[in-house]
Design a binder for this molecule. Structure first.
Ligand code: FAD
Length: 238
């Protein structure tokens, strides 16, 4: 269901009112299942190689990097976690961080630094992903922001570890979102406003799950939300 134009008032009254295109739709209950979009570097060559060596999901695609030299982009906890995880498959992991400061927690950073298969490139940005014509990532054109030096890093896989953007901005101010914009839920699916459960409104999947972000967890919370809607509608009908 398209969820554009939902207003704060829509979430306080029953039935909830939604505008879909030019039509106003009324509903007794709402499941927010709009997911989260990975943050990309935004390079055309990167976009062309998604699924051909460029990935935003280490858990999903890590296996395909078996025995290969790869890169992880980022300097936060997700990048460190992904890099450490990917050492199970890849022969070498280079973490590329655009500054020399890391947002990662000390413990995660120390683990990555201590890992024999992980190397770091600081103050480095990716200018281009190579291999677009072959539809197969061959390497990265890099630049050191401090020195201006440019070189090519031959790798076969690039994983983005620069976070996700939950698709929940249309609900800002209407329901509780956390500091990064994820829908806050109680018991995985119950949506709140100012800390109070909002009856009839549920969220599931990646839009409320910053930790696992897997199809099976999304399906699981989706099922939970559906069961709650069923129960809620039954109670309304009594
Ligand atoms: C490349 C890749 C590979 C993956 N591989 C695996 C895997 O192998 N195994 C695994 O378990 N997981 C995998 N995942 C993760 C899995 O796809 C997600 O965890 C799962 O799809 C999340 O489900 P969701 O329903 O929460 O969100 P999504 O599947 O992202 O669905 C959200 C839907 O909401 C729509 N939407 C967004 N905003 C709005 C709006 N404003 N109004 C209306 N609709 C909107 C979107 O268009 C989309 O259709 C992978 C993810 C990626 C990116």
């Amino acid at each position: 269901m398209k969820m554009a134009h939902l207003t704060a008032a829509d979430l306080t009254k029953s039935p909830i009112e939604l505008t879909i295109g030019k039509e106003i739709v009324q509903t007794r209950s709402l499941i927010i299942a709009s997911g989260a979009s990975a943050r990309w570097l935004g390079l055309p060559s990167e976009q062309a190689l998604i699924g051909f060596g460029v990935s935003s999901c280490a858990t999903c695609d890590g296996f395909f990097a078996s025995g290969k030299e790869i890169a992880v982009i980022g300097g936060g906890d997700s990048a460190m976690e992904e890099a450490i995880f990917l050492t199970r498959f890849a022969s070498k992991v280079t973490i590329i961080n655009r500054t020399e400061n890391f947002r990662a927690s000390r413990i995660m950073l120390e683990r990555a630094i201590a890992h024999p298969q992980i190397e770091f490139l600081h103050n480095t940005i990716v200018e281009e992903c190579l291999g677009v014509e072959e539809k197969d990532l061959k390497g990265l054109k890099l630049m050191n922001k401090k020195t201006g030096e440019r070189w090519t890093l031959p790798i076969s896989f690039m994983f983005l570890g620069i976070g996700h953007i939950p698709n929940a901005s249309m609900f800002a101010g209407q329901i509780d979102l956390d500091a990064d914009g994820y829908v806050k839920t109680e018991h995985n699916v119950f949506v709140t406003r100012q800390g109070v459960q909002l009856h009839g409104v549920y969220a599931c999947g990646d839009v409320q799950d910053r930790r696992y972000r897997q199809a099976i967890t999304a399906a699981g919370t989706g099922c939970m939300a559906a069961l709650e809607v069923e129960k809620y509608l039954e109670e309304l009908g009594r």
